[in-house]
Design a protein around this ligand. Structure first.
Ligand SMILES: [Zn+2]
Length: 244
């Protein structure tokens, strides 16, 4: 049996048998690592609380036939501020679910790992707009997966004038001539919100006394669902501001 080291973020954990837990870890070099922590649910387990979701951990493992087993664990960053706040927790759960869905076992995931690490760091610091941090994470994830939305030029004719709508299936905005009847008009504040979550800095996303318009989150969710074929279950628990 081969031993190896892994450095990653715990995406999710679930119970196995009476005292064990299975973990999904996002490792920049190995992609998704599925492994088992034996005896972790016994009182006084040698792993203590070091294998909780959203923690950045350093693991020693040995390879098993179907699941690898954790032999030692060191906590690098717990992201305590995420677990202490239920809104931040709901956002982190949605981020982790998206990574769990997209990351493949045995495939490098360096950019995804760094994106998740940055986003969890921002969430743990107590942002004023946690839902916007989630939206920004998801749009950047879509960009990483090859689905950068066109936010300035009509995806049909390329015109940058008279932008009227955002068409999820077309991958971005449409001018008024190319907007089909019945497609909702893109309000300027929603357009600005989409730009912010796609291209803004983490500081710009996190700060701001006003939550982003609800439509921004709805369009981000629709965009992810359409292009990445993932309808995130944890999304429903994320509170959103009032209005459109
Ligand atoms: Zn057009």
């Amino acid at each position: 049996m081969a031993h190896y080291l892994s450095d990653g973020i715990v995406l999710r954990t679930y119970k196995l048998g009476e005292t064990d837990r299975i973990l999904h870890v996002l490792d920049p070099n190995r992609g998704k690592v599925r492994c088992v922590a034996k005896g972790v649910r016994k009182p006084g387990s040698r792993f203590g609380g070091r294998l909780e979701p959203y923690g950045h951990v350093h693991l020693q493992l040995y390879e098993g036939r179907s699941l690898d087993t954790i032999t030692a664990a060191e906590l690098i960053e717990a992201h305590e501020g995420v677990r202490a706040d239920w809104v931040a927790s709901a956002c982190a759960a949605t981020m982790a679910e998206a990574c769990d869905h997209l990351a493949q076992e045995g495939e490098r995931a360096t950019a995804m790992f760094l994106l998740l690490k940055d986003a969890l760091g921002v969430l743990a610091a107590g942002p004023e707009r946690p839902a916007a941090v989630l939206d920004a994470f998801l749009m950047r994830l879509a960009v990483l997966e090859g689905f950068r939305p066109s936010l300035d030029a009509c995806t049909t004719c390329g015109s940058t004038d008279d932008i009227a709508s955002f068409a999820v299936g077309s991958g971005g905005v449409l001018c008024s001539r190319d907007t089909p009847a019945g497609l909702q008009r893109l309000a300027p504040d929603v357009h600005a919100g989409l730009r912010l979550v796609t291209e803004g800095s983490w500081a710009e996303v996190a700060r701001g006394t006003e939550p982003l318009p609800r439509s921004v989150g709805a369009l981000v969710r629709a965009y992810l669902t359409y292009h990445l074929a993932t309808d995130l279950r944890a999304w429903a628990a994320v509170p959103r501001g009032a209005g459109t």
